[in-house]
Ligand binder design. Sequence first.
Ligand code: PDD
Length: 283
Amino acid sequence: MSNPAWIDGVHSDLSEAKVSIEDRGYLLGDGIYEVIRIYNRQPFYLAAHLERMERSAAAIRIEIPYAKTELETAISELIAKSSYADGYIYMQLTRGSAKRDHLFPGNAKPTLVMYVRELPPLPDLENVNPAACITVPDERWLNCYIKTINLLPNLLARQKAHESGAIEALFYRPGGLLTEGTRSNLFAVIDGVVYTHPATNLILPGITREIVIGLIQKLGIPLKEESFNLDHVRKASEVWITSTTLEVQPINSIDHSELGYPCPGETCLQLMKEFRSLVVEAR
Ligand code: PDD
């Protein structure tokens, strides 16, 4: 099994890849990341991921030291070196290696790390199991649109979900407005309308969320990019979450209370099917 890695232009196997202990990603969490799915040796929605990476990097004032075409070439090379057809690319960009200081280093060159790992395709639609979520206060900062490597609130919430038998924790802000999951975006069907939190600073604008919104619009299903609260979601006829790794994942229980409708519901199932068609087309 080969897990190819790339650090600032140097190829190696992941097991051998090394960055400095003084890298600011390691010492200070001073960086951003992307996770890109590979289906049948093709990166899925690569351009959208690279654009989001540019926005995240600009937001924390790191200049990406490579042109987009260089990144695309490096990614193709990594995929060609991997020994499997389905996986994901992890990309992490940090402010570089320098003596530890809160101030930005004057002369450090940003570190870009990329590697590929295997991720088998999801099961056939009939074998996708609905899953449970819990809700937790959103204790993150107010710049959630940046895909920062600072993930402690997400990790603590996800661990809490896992320990209570749930697949995901859904964050809510003071007042109860739900934002997103620890690693996914949230959708709910309330009175026949699909709701999802608008792409503000309070959520990560998921690439999968954007694709699913496009599918909803294509299918002519009513959609509102508006926030909704805990009481609303408990009355929802359908709930699902989306992410690069989960695709469209139906949710049948929130805070240990069953939603009480067939799951996946009609809309969710339609979107799961449409999403899979996009994956098949991309293959
Ligand atoms: N997580 N919201 C958060 C907080 C996320 O971390 C993610 C992705 C998403 C969904 O974004 P996308 O559809 O672009 O994957 C939403 C990745 C997969 C992760 O951290 O592993």
